[in-house]
Design a protein around this ligand. Sequence first.
Ligand code: C5P
Length: 400
Amino acid sequence: MHNALKDKKIILGVSGGIAAFKAVSVASRLVKKGCTVNTIMTKNAEQFVRPLTFETLTNRPCIISTFERNGKFDVEHVSLAKSADAFVIVPATANVIAKIAHGIADDMLTSTFLACNCKKIIFPAMNTGMFENVATKENINILISRGMEVIDPVDGVLACGDIGKGRLMEVDDVIKSIENILVKDMDLDGKNVLVTAGATEEPIDPVRFLTNRSSGKMGYAIADAAAKRGANVTLISGRATIAPPPGMRVEFAFSAKDMYDKVLEKAETADICILAAAVADYRPKTISKHKIKKTDQDRALELVRTPDILKSLGEQKIKNRFLCGFSMETEDLIENSKAKLISKKADMIIANNINDKGAGFCVDTNKASIITKDNVVKLPLMSKKKLADVIIDNIVALIE
Ligand code: C5P
C-alpha cells in the first residue's frame, strides 16, 4: 500500500485525558512512518505527560498551551497551521471537542486548530457518560458536518472504573485510521492534472496591457488540492496575486496565445484538465514596439479574437481526458454555462456569478454550481480551498 504518511506534516494535538499517554506512542509511530510531527498540548494534558517526551520523540519543539500574547509565537503557530497536511487530536476530551465545534480559540491548540485548513482527524476519549451526553453528541455532529473525521472510541474498562464506550483505541489502530483517511485522500495518485489559473495580459505597447480582475486564487486552490491528493500537477499561470502552491510544476504564460501554446503541449499527457484561468477573449491587433504617445485626439484600439483554449481541447475529443472549464457570468448563469458545456465540448463547467456576495475575484470565498451533462449541483458559499476539494470530489466520482 502507498505509504500515505510519508513526508506528511502532522500537527498532533494532545488534550488532557488519561489517554494522553497513548499520544506519546502515536507521535513516535508517526515519526517512524516518515511524518514531521509538531505537538501542541493543552495545559491539562501536561498533567498527564511532559512536553519533553514529545520533543525528544519528534525532534521538534512541543507547543504548550499557556496562551502567551507573543507576536512572533502567534505568527509561528499560524504558519504551522498553514503548512500542515493533517491536524490530529489524540485524545480529544469533551471540553476540547466542545470548543472546536464552536470556534472557541482560548489556547494554542484550539487557536491553531481554528487557523488550520487541512484534514482534521479527531479521536474522542472520555468517560462513557460524557461521550453519550447529548451536548457531546451534538458537538461531534457539528465536526462531522464540517468535513472532519471523528473516530469513535471503543468499549472497554475506563480509567474511572466504568465499563462502556469512551476508551481510545490501541495505538496501532489509531495509526491505521489516520493512514486510511489519508490514503482515501490520495484518490488522484499518479494522475496527470493540468490546471490554468490567473489573468492573462494582452500587450498594447511595452507599457500597457489589457487584463482582468482574476486573482488566481481559485485555480491555485484547485492545483493545490489536486497535488495534495496525489496528482502530478502542472500549473500554467497568468498573473496572480499570490505565490503558486508548492509541490507542482509551474509555468507562467501571460498572453492568451502563450497560454494556448503551453496548454496544448502539456494537455497531451494530461488525464484531467481544469481551466480556471480568466483568459482574454480579445487582444490588440497590433502591439506597438514603442510606448504610444498621447495626442489631443481620441484613439480607437482594434481588437482581434484570441484562441479559445478550452474549446480547442474539447474539439480534440481525447477519450479519457476529463475537461473542466469555468464560467463567470452576470446574468442567466446556469443557462449560459450549460450552453458553454455543449459548445466547448467540456465534461464539466463550474459556474459562478460575480454578482453573488462573496463570489468571484480576489476574495477567498466562492459560490458556484457544478454543471455536467446530466446534473446541476448548486453549492453554498464556501472557501475557495473547500470548493477546490468539492470540484475534485465531483471529477473523481465521474472518472472512476
Ligand atoms: O467563453 P468563456 O470565456 O466564458 O469561457 C470560460 C472558460 O473558457 C474558462 O474555463 C476559461 O479558462 C476558458 N477560456 C479559454 N480560452 C479563452 C477564453 C476562455 O480557455 N480564450
